[in-house]
Write a protein of this length. Structure first.
Ligand SMILES: [Zn+2]
Length: 318
């Protein structure tokens, strides 16, 4: 029988847990609130309960599992299985999550990795990166994250913080980023960065359909895309800039990691057609020719299941 693992996508607001087959099918899954404010013990209890629930739904026991994989926000230490003060998980200061789960469920193979690395490995095992030894995954949503698969392995670096690509500096005196630094890739090219630039323009008095779409609230990334699709000049300019910033980021990544394939996921990637050409034209200008020429850039494939599938993938990887 094919091996089965349980993938747990631990997020700041929800926990998604599913039983996953070796060929990347999710058999059963549950989604519950994290209730992160209740602290690590309560959240770990809910993770365990979610695993027991999907096992029961699937008529399985813990001993039927090949392993459990957990994708979580960082920073964390994947080797030690420890979460070290994740921003979205208050109170998680050096929590040995892997040991706690092993102990509670009496299972040996439990793996932890940050959610972007897990997603990258999920796309590598089950999705668009299948069989591609040098592969890079980028998620563009409220932030920008990424994972690098190099020679078939996730690149972790010295303490699991490699490929924090959202925080490479693309403008050394640029706007302040969530991480405290200035001019990070994420501060420009994430959905949040795009919305910030849109609000700045409109607050300076620029006319745009984005204002009407946003109503009384601030402009969001989705309003920029919708207005651009309807021909709004300012929104179109902002989307063009989005493509430019992403192209700059991609060129850096091509030069650093020399991947054969870059897959783009996350909410903003659903609008990839709007900025793909500008992004590639910019990357072509800025990357070294051989790193650009070998590299295809495509949408990620796993969609909404990527959290659970990515977490499962890291448990399949011994
Ligand atoms: Zn940053």
């Amino acid at each position: 029988m094919s091996r089965l693992v349980c993938g747990v996508d631990l997020g700041g607001t929800k926990i998604s847990t599913g039983i996953v087959t070796e060929d990347g099918k999710v058999l059963n899954s549950v989604k519950i609130p994290t209730l992160a404010q209740e602290g690590p013990d309560a959240v770990i209890g809910r993770i365990v309960k979610s695993i027991e629930d999907v096992l029961a739904m699937s008529n399985l026991k813990v001993s039927d599992l090949y392993g459990i994989g957990i994708g979580s926000p960082g920073p964390l230490d994947a080797d030690k299985g420890v979460i070290m003060g994740a921003v979205n998980l208050p109170g998680w200061d050096y929590i040995p999550l892997v040991d706690r789960i092993k102990e509670k469920l009496n299972i040996d193979n439990v793996k932890l990795d940050n959610d972007a690395n897990a997603a990258a490995y999920g796309e590598y095992l089950f999705g668009v990166g299948k069989g591609i030894r040098n592969f890079l995954y980028i998620t563009i949503s409220t932030g920008i994250g990424g994972g690098v698969v190099t020679d078939g392995k996730i690149l972790h670096g010295a303490n699991s913080n490699a490929a924090e690509i959202g925080h490479i500096t693309i403008n050394f005196d640029g706007p302040k980023c969530n991480c405290g630094n200035y001019g990070c890739f994420e501060a420009y090219a994430s959905g949040t960065g795009l919305a910030r630039l849109a609000n700045e323009e409109v607050n300076k008095g620029a006319e745009s359909m984005m204002k009407e779409l946003a109503g009384d609230g601030p402009i969001k990334a989705e309003h920029v895309f919708e207005s651009a699709r309807k021909g709004d000049a300012l929104a179109s300019k902002l989307i063009d800039n989005e493509g430019f910033y992403l192209g700059v980021g991609l060129a850096n990544l091509m030069n650093l990691y020399n991947p054969e394939l870059i897959a783009i996921g996350g909410g903003v990637s659903k609008q990839l057609d709007m900025f793909y050409d500008k992004m590639m034209e910019t990357a072509k200008k800025k990357a070294l020719r051989p790193t650009f020429e070998i590299c295809k850039v495509v949408p990620a494939e796993l969609g909404d299941n990527i959290g659970v599938l990515g977490a499962a993938a890291i448990a399949f990887n011994l």
